[in-house]
Design a protein around this ligand. Structure first.
Ligand code: HEM
Length: 479
């Protein structure tokens, strides 16, 4: 990468360092990083040579990349309202009316408050949680029974269970299993088409129109089918509101929204919740397979006192610090999203001596912050104890939107922080608790070449999944 910055100043202040050349109207992001997968390596090199604030250009706008806890903290909390905006994109598709793509305004605030109060009300939706976990345990038991040596790949059953839980919260519990299966398939189809089209890098997509056109058509068709299906689910809720009281669609019905808006918000709800929690669960269980001692300690801890997440009307719910520590430590090392959703500013600002022009696309690398050796001891070691009382992470609260510390931020921080953080943690803890109670999670035997039984290498994408999906030997425990 050439380090010269062709136009280094904006209103008398230096712009974040960027590589050269940069073409007028096109910029250089597509040149240096033709797809999402290559972006990490390019940014790694740029940060190494230029520090924590660098940029690549998308058309005539800088895409600024932050890689530092203090600067991130300043942008998201001290300058929170300035950085709370989202860049506009001409390709939003099914997400066009989502909270995440809405700019920081009254509409955003109304929708966000609605989602937050719905999620607070269903935080302990014990029936739905119990039934999804029971379904998962049954699925895993039959998978074990049907394989030699109990070797299974649990990611798909995880996704199935998370989908059934969040769809019960979104659409109510009355939805047919067949309809849910179609919805699940449509979600998978749309997400994989978006990934294939690499919507983040649309410019090359436009240049290779012939190759991309059939995929666009497929995406539009899948989005239309999704629209029809979700509209039917919304109408069913409208006809029998008493059956769906408290579910997300029910709360939306009272807001006077149009059909497209409601479909888009339902898509966002399911998409934001299922992919992230499933990916997090994959990483947590992979860690427990690798660290048998921690799995055993967790099991003993669980046996002493149940967490209460699955007990109806259990107030206050007893805390289980080690279970919480295991989940949070896995989120520190393996956050499902490595970057926050893109932020932007509504005016020119100075951040860490650099000019950030109004409308810049601001990207924050939260994965690097969680693994920063200046903030964490042995950052690459899986050590849940660091989150126990007196540990270096004991003051970290990744739920609160106004964190006092942003040493890790798997859910973001400040005004745009994830509204689903609290429920996501409850769900993950409940799943892990039951999965460890019901099964022993063991590694496969090492291969001839002594390769590790689990590959912890990441695959970059909309979320960062395991490059090789988790495979484990599952032993059903006696109860
Ligand atoms: C492990 C699970 C989850 C993780 C790691 C996660 C992570 C994130 C992150 C990093 C952001 C971007 C924050 C920013 O741009 O500053 C975000 C935003 C968001 N998340 Fe989550 N999330 C999870 C679960 C959920 C759940 C369960 C829901 C809802 C049911 C949800 C709904 C949203 C919404 C609506 C936004 C956009 C907020 C806004 O723009 O105001 N997420 N999430």
């Amino acid at each position: 990468l050439v380090s010269t910055n062709h136009k280094p100043y904006h209103n008398g202040h230096p712009l974040p360092p960027a590589p050269w050349p940069r073409l007028p109207l096109i910029g250089n992001i597509f040149w240096y990083s033709p797809n999402i997968a290559s972006l990490t390596a390019v940014l790694g090199r740029l940060h190494n040579s230029h520090g924590p604030v660098v940029s690549l250009w998308v058309g005539n706008k800088p895409a600024v990349f932050l890689d530092c806890h203090e600067i991130t903290h300043k942008a998201l909390t001290q300058m929170g309202t300035i950085f709370a905006h989202r860049p506009t994109s001409w390709f939003e598709g099914v997400n066009s009316h989502g909270i995440n793509s809405t700019t920081y305004c009254g509409r955003w605030s109304l929708l966000r408050r609605n989602l937050s109060s719905h999620l607070a009300a269903v935080q302990h939706a014990t029936d739905a949680l119990r039934s999804s976990i029971d379904g998962l345990v049954k699925n895993l038991e039959s998978a074990v029974a049907g394989t030699e040596g109990g070797v299974i790949a649990p990611s798909e059953p995880f996704r199935h269970a998370m989908f059934s839980f969040f769809s019960a919260l979104c659409y109510g519990k009355q939805v047919d299993e067949d309809v849910l299966a179609s919805l699940r398939d449509l979600h998978a189809e749309i997400i994989s088409l978006i990934v294939e089209l690499d919507a983040f890098h649309l410019m090359p997509a436009l240049l290779k129109l012939v190759y991309y056109l059939p995929k666009w058509r497929k995406l539009l068709s899948a989005q239309r089918r999704h629209h029809v299906l979700v509209t039917a689910l919304i109408s069913a809720c409208r006809k029998q509101p008493e059956k769906v009281a408290g579910c997300y669609v029910h709360t939306l019905l009272g807001l006077g929204l149009g059909e497209d808006e409601m479909v888009s918000l339902c898509w966002e709800y399911m998409n934001a919740s299922v992919k992230t929690t499933t990916t997090a669960l994959d990483w947590i269980m992979a860690r427990l397979v690798l660290h048998q001692d921690i799995q055993q300690k967790l099991r003993m801890d669980i046996a002493e006192r149940p967490s209460g997440n699955l007990v109806p009307c259990c107030e206050p719910r007893p805390r289980r610090p080690f279970l919480e520590a295991v989940v949070v430590e896995a989120l520190r090392l393996h956050p499902p999203a490595h970057y926050l959703l893109a932020h932007t500013t509504d005016k020119d600002v100075i951040l860490d001596k650099y000019a950030i022009p109004k409308g810049s696309i601001v990207n924050i690398n939260l994965a690097n912050i969680g693994r920063d050796a200046t903030l964490w001891t042995d950052p690459n070691v899986f050590m849940p104890e660091r989150f126990m009382e007196g540990g270096e992470g004991s003051n970290v609260n990744c739920i609160s939107g106004a964190q006092t510390t942003t040493k890790m931020l798997p859910f973001g921080a400040g005004r745009r922080a994830c509204p689903g953080a609290a429920i996501a943690l409850t769900v993950l803890q409940s799943f892990v608790e039951e999965l460890v109670k019901w099964f022993q999670w063991e590694p496969l035997e090492r291969g001839l070449m002594e390769e590790p039984s689990i590959d912890m290498i990441e695959k970059q994408g909309i979320v960062t999944e395991m490059r090789i999906p988790l495979r484990t030997r599952l032993v059903v425990r006696q109860h």
